[in-house]
Design a protein around this ligand. Sequence first.
Ligand code: NDP
Ligand code: MG
Length: 463
Amino acid sequence: MMTNNLSILGATGSIGTQALDVCEKRGIRITCLTAHSNDKLLEQQARKYRPHTVALVDEQAAKRLKTALKDTSIRVLSGMEGVCVCASDDAADTVLTSVVGMAGLQPTLAAIEAKKTIALANKETLVAGGALVTKAARDNGVRLLPVDSEHSAIFQSLQGMQRKQELKSIILTASGGPFFGKTRDELAGVTLEAALKHPNWSMGAKITVDSATMMNKGLELIEAVWLFGVTPAQIEVVVHRESVLHSAVEFADNSVIAQLGVPDMRIPIQYALTYPERYESPVKKLRLTDYGALSFQKPDEDTFRCLPLCRSAIERGGLCPAVVNGANEEANALFRQGKIGFLDIARGKSGSSTSPTSPPARWTRFKAKTTTRCKTCLTRTKQQERMCGRTYDNSEFGIRNSEWMGAACGDAPNVYRQDRSFTIRDRQSLHWRVIWLENRNLRRIQFTHFQKSIVPAAAQCIR
Ligand code: NDP
Ligand code: MG
């Protein structure tokens, strides 16, 4: 149903600011706004849109904001708890999730549990916690309305479909990013500045780099699997340089329906907020004759390895998409900090380094052991065992890797009953921690160390 009162998580970002523009034009009331640490912009937004509550994850920034807004009645909260309060705010009927990264998972679940309609821009949340989020949405009778332009296009093209069996496949279009047509050699030394020059869209830095690596399309493939209930094999990725045809669906009779428009996120944002109705928008009219021709090509998956890695992660299922996403969040940030090169983000060579291997050696040793072990860290070092100091009945450890993955996605109940954190080390010394904050719900995966081959190694490690 059409949104009247909206809470925006990630209000200071590219999607958040465009959403505020849409709300202003459509007269949608803003109840809460959140951001990470940009207190200056959040203050301006708070003064202009008059939400009753705002929240910043960063405690110091929240303190500054509280002082700055003391002449108003606006409540200022801090930390992820503050964001979750905004996500489940009584006055909001819809929550726009436009946080970047899987940090959005916890507040998205909070919004779903509070039975808010979700306008979902935060794709990493669905990639990392697809099973959890879709199950929570089903259990709470909540709609997930896509904001991502391709998924909005698919959703729009599906309006009027009578039966699920009518949908044969999805054509997911990709701009190809700034490096389309380049070889691996040419990509070796590309700069951050070049990666941030997207040909058609103006977006936040993380997603712009994801577009350059085509990780974004891989994430979107996984997002589409969860949103539309299709298999990965039913999704074809097609490079379409002009970004005018935002994606299409193929029906049983081979009829293909697509949604077109100029590349401007305010169309999908507005559609998610006014669904099922449509209204005037400030977006420029599409004039096809301005384009003359539209092009469609196959993606180069040998050069842009992140795309096939994501496909293989969702085909393997379980925690694989969460791990690949987490690995990418880390690698993407390291590239933006100038610490690794562009190709290091998906250092995937065909052959041994990307082909599936047996489970990590440590895991195998762990399974073979019959004595009790610290379940909080799962490490072997004396120091870490001392640090943790907890031991558990080994019967709970005798689970297979696949059940472990399944438990994280919520489909193997009663396996884990405690909050915990794992440290896992694979054969290539990839080292990361998986932190479960609540029961068996996967709330956060944190990578504590980076090594080359992070994305493929992560994908093959947890299977
Ligand atoms: P931006 O980087 O522009 O904005 C991110 C927002 O999230 C900011 O408000 C930021 O606050 C906040 N934020 C950052 N980190 C955290 C955190 N750890 N916890 C809570 N809030 C946080 O991103 P975009 O707007 O580009 O993208 C947002 C989401 O939408 C992403 O998932 C992206 O993939 C998706 N998306 C974006 C599109 C676009 O056109 N931009 C298109 C389709 C999907 P602060 O400013 O204080 O750092
Ligand atoms: Mg998109």
